[in-house]
Design a protein around this ligand. Structure first.
Ligand code: SF4
Length: 342
């Protein structure tokens, strides 16, 4: 149950900048990103590949790979300033307070230990219980993520399991830690639809009952609509829109969000799946002004000259667009979107 005495916000990210220093130039992968995650809520983080979603997550847990570097910003978890912690202290936070489900489960699992061992260790670390109790809880957790014959599979090594099975082991490990914050980066990739639904249901139940928070990174807006309370939309390293799912899906105000929703949710079975025309810009040479202007059907001269600030767009709903701020007087008509076949 949620503790009503605690403030709502569990994770507070403020002005986060993470850059990659490459031979071609500086890639501003995460550029002044701010948001909060509430207890008991799942927040979807969406955007195309290269929008900065995964680097945002790596920055929170301070596992950004070279040549990347967190340049500035604050990350507060349950009132603790994570940026002020030593590497050893941050390591302890990653083990006990934050769990992450990675996109590449095989790379994240230790090839030298059985999967049952790896889950048991997480449970022992959390509960301080005996090895045999942890082992039986590990088997139960494997059963909960729909691993068939979990008693036998607990003694398998990662290379003996399929990719989808390793993915479920990762989910079991992450949930076994009972974290304050769960970061799930495309956690259902490679799972069939039925198992996907069960895993999502398990994540949702855990987050609500433990009063923890979940940052759910995905391309799949359908999953966000079903699973998440809030959504953050990223484009070219920036947050361009955020707010409650109920508000953003019915009243998207940023043209990029509108295009994403139009291309993925309004599927007409007689037509091919469509996408927003163009691609995410070259991260070293970002367009001037609003970085979305080369792809935006509503762009005007001002959009190339000035970057729009974040403005209120509704209840608990913000966005970056000169039309919403009133600098450009124009209607955003859905007919303006000429989506391309994917
Ligand atoms: Fe489109 Fe201009 Fe709004 Fe950017 S600021 S999203 S280019 S209308």
């Amino acid at each position: 149950m949620l503790d009503a005495r605690k403030p709502d916000t569990l994770l507070d990210v403020r002005g986060l900048h993470t850059y990659f220093y490459t031979y071609e130039g500086i890639v501003k992968a995460v550029n002044s990103v701010s948001y909060g995650l509430k207890r008991g809520e799942i927040t979807g983080l969406v955007g195309e590949s290269g929008s900065g979603k995964s680097v945002t997550a790596q920055s929170i847990i301070q596992l950004v790979k070279a040549p990347g570097k967190i340049v500035s910003g604050e990350v507060w978890l349950d009132g603790e300033d994570l940026m002020s912690l030593s590497q050893a202290e941050m390591q302890a936070v990653r083990g006990r307070k934050i769990s992450m489900i990675f996109q590449e489960p095989r790379a994240a699992l230790n090839p030298l230990f059985t999967v049952g061992d790896q889950i048991s260790r997480v449970i022992q670390l959390r509960e301080g219980c005996s090895r045999s109790i942890a082992e039986s809880q590990a088997v139960e957790m494997m059963r909960a993520v729909e691993i068939a014959d979990p008693d036998r599979r607990a003694s398998a090594y990662p290379h003996e399991l399929s990719g989808g099975m390793c993915q479920r082991v990762m989910v079991a490990m992450a949930l076994s830690a009972n974290p304050l914050l769960l970061i799930a980066d495309e956690p259902t990739t490679g799972l069939d639809v039925t198992v996907q639904a069960q895993v999502l249901d398990l994540i949702s139940t855990r987050v609500q009952s433990a009063g923890s928070a979940c940052l759910f990174i995905t391309h799949d807006l359908g999953v966000v609509a079903e699973l998440c309370e809030r959504v953050i939309v990223m484009y070219a390293g920036r947050v361009v829109e955020q707010g409650p799912v109920s508000e953003i899906f019915t009243n998207p105000r940023h043209p990029y969000t509108q295009g994403l929703i139009a291309s993925t949710l309004r599927v007409d079975i007689d037509k091919p799946i469509s996408t927003i025309p163009g691609t995410v810009p070259d991260a070293v040479h970002l367009p001037s002004g609003c970085t979305f202007h080369p792809r935006c059907p509503f762009a005007e001269d001002l959009c190339q000259l000035e970057e729009p600030p974040m403005v209120e767009a509704g209840h608990d709903h913000t966005t970056r667009c000169h039309i919403v701020s009133g600098r450009i007087k124009k209607e955003m008509l859905e007919e303006a979107w000429e989506l391309e076949p994917a």
